[in-house]
Design a protein around this ligand. Structure first.
Ligand SMILES: COc1cccc(-c2nc(Nc3cc(C)[nH]n3)cc3ccccc23)c1
Length: 281
């Protein structure tokens, strides 16, 4: 479908991202509410991120999953690129996390279960996100989370070329230490980040948070401690994801059926039994 700016009624500005502003918008003839992300071509050229934006558009347009923010379409004029994105009513997850300091275990487990489902969908398409962190997650009106910002996602496997920017906290060891020449890495980088995310949801700060130099060293050694207030089941999951050797990280199928996830995500035993008889096979 061809889109253009006067098909939309532009609403309030929702906020400013790194390379653009986001507005609430409504498509005139359907009344469909969405979020319009406006990127300035000049800024993208300065930031040398045009390729990333092209990749974000190409990858995100082909994804359809309840926990991945939809990119419905895009268009551009002489100066700007417009992304027509799904609107997530409760905004940025990291703002909720900072406000609440840390999430109760039941909420963290529900979010991690949704992340695991989204990552499973992505990995089946051989897409790795590579930038899983609270800043790149939005929250829908029913408290469902949506991975957004596919600027760093690529088709796996990949040999890292472009430099990293932003926080190192979520990067796995294989992306940090320039090991042997072929420092190929694959989707398992997202498993490490899922472990970092689980830790940060429950503790309120990232496991290797430190000065940049120290963070790199601590990640490379897997040097982190889990506070005693974290339940044994949650601790078990974090330790099975934050494993230096990518091949030894817990696969997403096993994350979804991990005792900590099942305990908080399957409907309560009683209600579950009550409804299970009525459930048709
Ligand atoms: C920096 O703060 C920013 C930046 C960009 C968007 C928001 C924001 N976004 C959304 N929803 C969105 C955004 C997108 C691309 N889809 N759905 C909702 C909000 C609600 C309250 C405050 C802020 C919000 C914040």
């Amino acid at each position: 479908r061809q889109f253009n700016l006067n098909m939309f009624e532009i609403g309030k500005p929702l906020g400013k991202g790194k390379f653009g502003r986001v507005y609430l918008a409504k498509e005139r003839n359907s009344g469909f509410v969405c979020a319009l992300k406006v990127l300035h071509k000049a800024e993208l050229q300065q930031g040398k991120v045009e390729k990333q934006v092209r990749r974000e558009i190409e990858i995100q347009s082909n994804l359809a999953h309840p926990n991945i923010l939809r990119l419905y379409g895009h268009f551009h004029d002489s100066k700007r690129i417009f992304l027509i994105l799904e609107f997530a009513g409760k905004g940025e997850l990291y703002k909720h996390l900072r406000k609440e300091q840390k999430f109760p275990e039941w909420k963290a487990a529900q979010y991690i279960a949704q992340m695991a489902a989204a990552l499973k969908y992505l990995h089946k398409k051989h897409v790795m996100h590579r930038d899983i962190k609270p800043e790149n997650i939005l929250v829908g009106i029913h408290d469902e989370i949506k991975i957004s910002d596919f600027g760093w996602s690529v088709h796996a496997p990949n040999n890292r070329r472009n430099t990293m920017c932003g926080t190192l906290d979520y990067l796995p060891p294989e992306m940090i230490k320039p090991g042997s020449s072929e420092n190929y890495y694959d989707e398992k980088v997202d498993l490490w980040s899922l472990g970092v995310l689980t830790y940060e949801f429950l503790v309120g700060e990232a496991p290797f948070e430190d000065t940049p130099v120290m963070t790199q060293r601590r990640i490379a050694r897997g040097d982190m401690t889990i506070p005693s207030f974290v339940s044994p089941e949650a601790r078990d999951l974090i330790k099975k994801l934050l494993v230096l050797d990518p091949s030894k990280r817990l696969p997403l199928e096993d994350v979804e059926r991990h005792s900590w996830i099942v305990k908080h995500c399957v409907k309560g035993e009683r209600s579950y039994n009550r409804t299970s008889s009525s459930l048709k096979s």
